[in-house]
Design a protein around this ligand. Structure first.
Ligand code: MF3
Ligand code: CO
Length: 291
């Protein structure tokens, strides 16, 4: 209680600024929203400037790795080679590939081809060919800070249908991003993503989604793309999370490969696409940290 009254006390966010100059008005807005029944973020997921500086450095590496990968995704390359490339580039920049050994994940990157939805295992035996679509999901740990983003690549000459799925999935992300508005709930973003996918005749994977990120690989909140607008956790300034919908050309149902308990496929064998960006909520709106 004393803490609350003491406006000159240091802020809880670790900024070393006084509470009144830092998060006092933030706290007032958040408690008002909580009283209205909104789910509000725990303080531990609100990043301060120093943490954001570290997260930005990590993101810079992650972006660079994906930029370099993009030059190599052509017919004939194996996903195993993409894994090696990501590993070499990341460690070469003094960072650690976050997927490696994460909950037992055995590779440095996820490569998900065609009807693979996510968490695909790179392999020297998976050789990309004309017409494939692939998601390369890259995550980096740098000085203890986490970054995470993924991109789709079309291999050689792809069908117009596959190209459209890839393009619309990217559009979904930016439709969602427009709704990343401070002090509004996450569902506003989710609904925008889902609407755009459904309008194009696609479906949105329900079981897997995005997540808070930065101080850990996966933090609160779980970011769904199938919850309605007006629901879900309030997006508060200082929160960092991913927008990474998985969009299927056919039905939304997926299954996990029982041989490894990781690789996820569409149940009906239809193509699936995913893009992932990392977003910071600001007092003014949002900022894309990683793509
Ligand atoms: N980059 C994936 C994500 O977006 C990470 C999956 S967990 C891993 O959450 F172990 F496969 F890396
Ligand atoms: Co992610």
């Amino acid at each position: 209680m004393i803490y609350k009254l003491c406006h000159g006390a240091p802020c809880w966010c670790g900024s070393r600024k006084s509470y009144s100059d830092c998060h006092e008005s933030f706290d007032r807005k958040i408690s008002a929203l909580k009283k209205q029944g909104f789910k509000v973020p725990p303080k531990k997921i609100i990043k301060n400037e120093e943490q954001l500086k570290g997260i930005r450095e990590s993101c810079k590496i992650n972006i660079e790795v994906l930029d370099r990968v993009s030059e190599k995704v052509v017919p004939g390359i194996s996903t195993g080679e993409i894994n090696e490339l990501v590993h070499e580039l990341t460690t070469g920049m003094g960072a650690i590939p976050a997927p490696l050994n994460y909950n037992g994940f055995p590779y440095s990157v996820c490569t998900s081809v065609n009807d693979q939805v996510c968490h695909g295992f790179p392999s020297k035996d998976v050789i990309l060919k004309d017409g494939d679509i692939i998601n390369v999901d890259c995550s980096t740990i740098y000085k203890g800070y986490f970054s995470d983003s993924s991109r789709m690549f079309t291999v050689g000459k792809v069908s117009p249908e596959a190209k459209k799925l890839v393009d619309v999935t990217k559009e979904c992300i930016y439709k969602g991003l427009e709704k990343v508005i401070p002090y509004r709930p996450l569902g506003d973003m989710s609904q925008a993503v889902q609407n755009h996918a459904v309008k194009s005749g696609y479906s949105v994977v329900r079981e897997i989604g995005g997540h808070g990120v930065g101080l850990k690989f996966h933090e609160e909140p779980f970011v769904s793309y199938v919850i309605p607008k007006g629901t879900g956790m309030v997006m508060a300034p200082g929160m960092v999370f991913t927008i990474e919908p998985m969009i299927n050309m056919g039905k939304p149902d997926v299954y996990i490969d029982g041989n490894n308990d990781w690789e996820v496929y569409t149940m009906d064998g239809s193509l699936s696409a995913q893009w992932e960006i990392m977003v910071l909520v600001t007092e003014e709106g949002n900022e894309v940290l990683c793509y």
